[in-house]
Design a protein around this ligand. Structure first.
Ligand code: SF4
Ligand code: SF4
Length: 219
């Protein structure tokens, strides 16, 4: 299945959080009350009403400080382990849209009593404490099925995010990787064969987020 894919060039991200806000706006999701926990990353992690979160990491490399910003979300995996596991517990609780490749949760997930990392290698899904229903990014499937791009993609003034047919996005991502590698030999794309959200970054993937480190591949 070709389907759709995001390309997220983290080397261009300024952490303005426009994508995080536009996700909330389009989905009419409430804000989450937080307190200062010593980081601009707010809320501290994904929540049942926060499907897009800009992660902030301060990295000290040889005495030089670099900010790593990662607009985190569900990767819409090519072979989603969450779907495999949740559907073992409750059949048809997770759907996989044939045309786009979007991984879609239903309210049938409410009875599944697992930890996020037991279902997802990227620790993405979150469970509503009251209803029990699991949630995450759904690729703005309502927009995409009507020929529009996901809300987060349209909000980014820095050109960090692109969205389109998978082959086209892979080609753009590898072209950009080759360009970035002229200056940064350690540039990478995380898990390109496995996911529909291609994250391009520099250095150790775990310096962006510990769950970005798995099976990272490059050219
Ligand atoms: S809107 Fe773009 S620049 Fe701003 S945080 Fe999101 S990805 Fe980064
Ligand atoms: S990133 Fe996690 S939640 Fe998203 S499709 Fe993959 S396994 Fe499922």
């Amino acid at each position: 299945m070709q389907g759709k894919t995001f390309f997220i060039d983290m080397t261009k991200c300024t952490a303005c959080r426009g994508c995080q806000v536009s996700c909330k706006q389009w989905k009419n999701l409430p804000a989450v009350k937080t307190k200062n926990w010593g980081s601009h990353q707010n809320p501290p992690s994904l929540t049942p009403v926060t499907f897009k979160l800009v992660r902030f990491n301060e990295v000290n490399k040889d005495g030089k400080i670099r900010w790593n910003f990662m607009p985190e979300q569900c990767r819409h995996c090519v072979e989603p382990s969450c779907k495999l596991i949740m559907n073992m517990y409750v059949p048809n609780s997770v759907e996989h849209d044939a045309k786009t490749g979007a991984v879609l949760y239903t309210d049938k997930t409410a009875t599944i009593d697992l930890e996020p990392w037991e279902m997802c290698p990227y620790n993405v899904p979150r469970r509503d404490e009251k209803t029990g229903v699991w949630s995450k990014c759904n690729m703005c499937i309502d927009r995409v099925q009507n020929g529009m791009k996901p809300a987060c993609v349209t909000s980014c003034a820095m050109g960090v995010m692109q969205f389109g047919d998978r082959e086209e996005m892979l080609a753009i991502a590898y072209e950009r990787l080759a360009e970035v590698r002229k200056k940064h030999k350690d540039a990478f794309i995380a898990d390109p064969d496995d996911v529909r959200v291609l994250f391009l970054g520099i250095g150790d993937p775990a310096d962006y987020y510990e769950y970005l480190s798995a099976d990272t591949a490059g050219l």
